[in-house]
Design a protein around this ligand. Structure first.
Ligand SMILES: [Zn+2]
Length: 619
């Protein structure tokens, strides 16, 4: 049974008094924060030509490759995993060779340190599976990333990976429970799977397996474990879900292979407010009126913005507001400036005072896309007639922002409704050089502008948002947890408008929405120590450095040396030390710093192009 939350009916007098107090408090806070510098230094966006072209996990056949990735284009699950796995490896800057076993011979394993088994029907490649097992005995490191099928050779190989028995039916895993410190997110924390299905093998493991993740029910079905085998190691992911939102689990599983695993990360958390500042809706909204007994404008000013401001102060969040100038559906110029510039000025300056940033969402809320020649399309009022009108509207938005917030740069664009056509995108790239980054979404349907953390060929930086909205729950937390473990990044956007509509927050109410937002911020504080709090532009600068940097890892008697290319002023790396502990005492790391996150996971900041980490010498 859901608990009904108490309604808040505040008498008008108390309300006025509270508003007066808040106004005084806000003025005081502006003075205080105005003189306070944000934590740490800011991450600027560098000029496009600062970097040489990125060398992302290229296949370099002259040298020994780190990893062999096997998949089978005939299998549906193998294809689905193949949509993610190469991108995970590229982002981790792993030199790998992929082999589609349906049409390519598996090369000699001798040249590889690690391998990923990314298909499920082992019977087709019986000899090769036996070869893989021999290779593991001799020191090979194998990740079984895809839930296999069948008996015979499958059971035989899984037996080496610690499986004592496999049940006849597949298991519906409804959620994850983290059992140790492998994954960032909190030991014993739980994450719900939004659309569970029979995805996992029902397995019983022997005592030598180290289980890191199980199902979150009583049976605690093993979902991720490792097991040594002679000189080598098996890591098994028994999840059977291969979507983008689960990438971090596969990245973490991969990082368990080998002596150490070091990969570049973004290291940043950003919170965006889309449609803010924007014209505040007139009159009353039934949900707001019922809960707060006030009109929408008063609610925005006296409740919502006050709470967001406290959140910014409490957690050090630097909100980025993405401006919409008008909600008129005008697609034909001239585009007049918004009349109520006072509202924009009040909210915008208040946001800037809190250490936030102003970005661009649109002159109006129409996505940048042009009507085609088809008659019904040309009549569609939500489409622009041509590029010139789109350009004129964006120009007006930028000059409006420049007038209201002089001295600020408006460098990040968030596409309205997360829709951005190719024409719209090239308009931005060609005509608006001051826009350096696009903040779309990480996951979404094919109508949406979905992105990777990368820099596009035209130099625009892609800074996807992972979470959105006011109704954050345990299923969305899973995506957040996943991305902490791959890119060490968090990104969320809210739309104050969502509080005015039943299913996006109106029904639940702001009190509940705010509780969830703060709950997420609390979780982030505990799960990701030292995660940098960034504005939209700083996130873009961080993605730029993450994307371009490449790393060569060299293991030595004393420890580990990282040699970076495309290094600018700083770069961040996640490092897992599987076989030894690094020395984290003052000055032990040259060329940078190291910080312990949890378990055998560390965060390295490179300050020079060569970083040396020493093994800890036992006293
Ligand atoms: Zn919007």
């Amino acid at each position: 049974m859901e608990e009904r939350k108490p309604k808040r009916y505040l008498p008008v007098l108390i309300l006025l008094a509270v508003f007066a107090m808040l106004t005084v408090a806000l003025i005081g806070q502006n003075f205080w924060l105005g003189s306070k510098k944000a934590d740490g230094e800011s991450v600027s966006i560098l000029e496009k030509d600062s970097f040489e072209s990125a060398a992302q996990g290229q296949q370099n056949l002259d040298q020994r490759l780190e990893c062999l990735y096997l998949w089978d284009s005939r299998e549906e699950n193998s294809q689905i995993l193949h949509e993610q796995m190469p991108q995970i490896l590229r982002d981790m800057k792993v030199d790998f060779q992929e082999i589609d076993v349906s049409r390519q011979e598996i090369p000699s394993l001798e040249g590889f340190e690690k391998a990923i088994l990314g298909y499920g029907d082992y019977a087709k490649t019986r000899d090769e599976i036996v070869g893989l097992s021999d290779w593991v005995s001799e020191g090979g490191q194998l990740l079984i990333a895809l839930v296999p099928e069948g008996r015979g050779v499958t059971e035989w190989l899984l037996g080496k990976a610690g499986v004592e028995s496999i049940g006849g039916a597949y298991y519906t895993t409804t959620g994850l429970r983290l059992q140790d410190e492998l994954l960032l997110g909190g030991v014993k924390s739980e994450y719900e799977i939004s659309a569970p299905f029979e995805s996992s093998m029902t397995v019983v493991l022997d005592d030598e397996c180290q289980i890191s993740v199980t199902s979150n029910d009583e049976s605690e079905l093993p979902l991720l474990w490792q097991r040594s085998f002679h000189d080598g190691k098996y890591v098994v992911v028994n999840l059977g879900i291969y979507e983008k939102g689960y990438r971090g689990i596969y990245a973490a599983a991969y990082s368990m292979l080998g002596e150490t695993c070091v990969w570049p990360v973004v290291n940043g958390s950003a919170f965006y407010i889309d449609d803010f500042p924007s014209p505040v809706p007139d009159g009353e909204n039934p949900y707001i009126a019922e809960d707060y007994g006030m009109n929408t404008e008063d609610f925005y000013t006296q409740v919502w913005w006050q709470d967001i401001s406290s959140m910014a102060e409490k957690y050090g969040i630097r909100f980025s507001g993405m401006v919409v100038e008008t909600y008129s559906g005008e697609t034909q110029g001239p585009f007049p400036p918004a009349p109520d510039s006072q509202t924009f000025s009040y909210f915008g300056n208040s946001l800037l005072t809190l250490g936030g940033e102003i970005g661009l969402h649109g002159y109006n809320h129409l996505p940048l896309r042009i009507a085609g020649t088809r008659k019904e399309e040309a009549m569609d009022g939500s489409l622009w007639p041509d590029a010139a009108q789109m350009q004129a509207s964006l120009k007006e938005l930028i000059s409006f922002c420049e007038d209201l917030f002089p001295g600020n740069e408006f460098q990040v664009y968030a596409p309205p409704a997360n829709i951005l056509s190719e024409e719209g995108r090239s308009l931005i790239a060609e005509e608006f050089p001051q826009i350096r980054a696009i903040a779309g979404v990480y996951q979404g349907d094919e109508t949406m502008y979905t992105q990777e953390y990368e820099v596009a060929e035209d130099g625009l930086i892609e800074t996807p948002r992972i979470l959105s909205g006011y109704l954050l729950d345990s299923a969305s937390d899973l995506y957040a947890m996943s991305e902490l473990n791959l890119h060490y990044v968090s990104s969320h956007y809210q739309h104050p408008y969502d509080l005015l509509t039943a299913e996006t927050g109106g029904e639940a109410g702001w009190e509940e929405a705010y509780r969830r937002l703060c709950g997420y911020a609390d979780w982030l504080e505990s799960a990701a120590l030292g995660l940098r709090k960034l504005t939209a532009s700083e996130m873009a600068g961080a993605v730029q450095r993450f994307y371009y940097v490449d790393v060569e890892r060299e293991l030595t008697e004393e420890g580990l040396t990282l040699t970076l290319s495309n290094f600018q002023d700083e770069a961040w790396f996640m490092a897992r030390f599987n076989d030894w502990e690094p020395d984290i005492s003052e000055g032990a790391v040259s060329g940078g710093t190291i910080e312990h996150l949890q378990g055998n996971l560390y965060l390295i900041k490179a300050e020079e192009a060569e970083v040396t980490v020493k093994k800890k010498v036992e006293a």
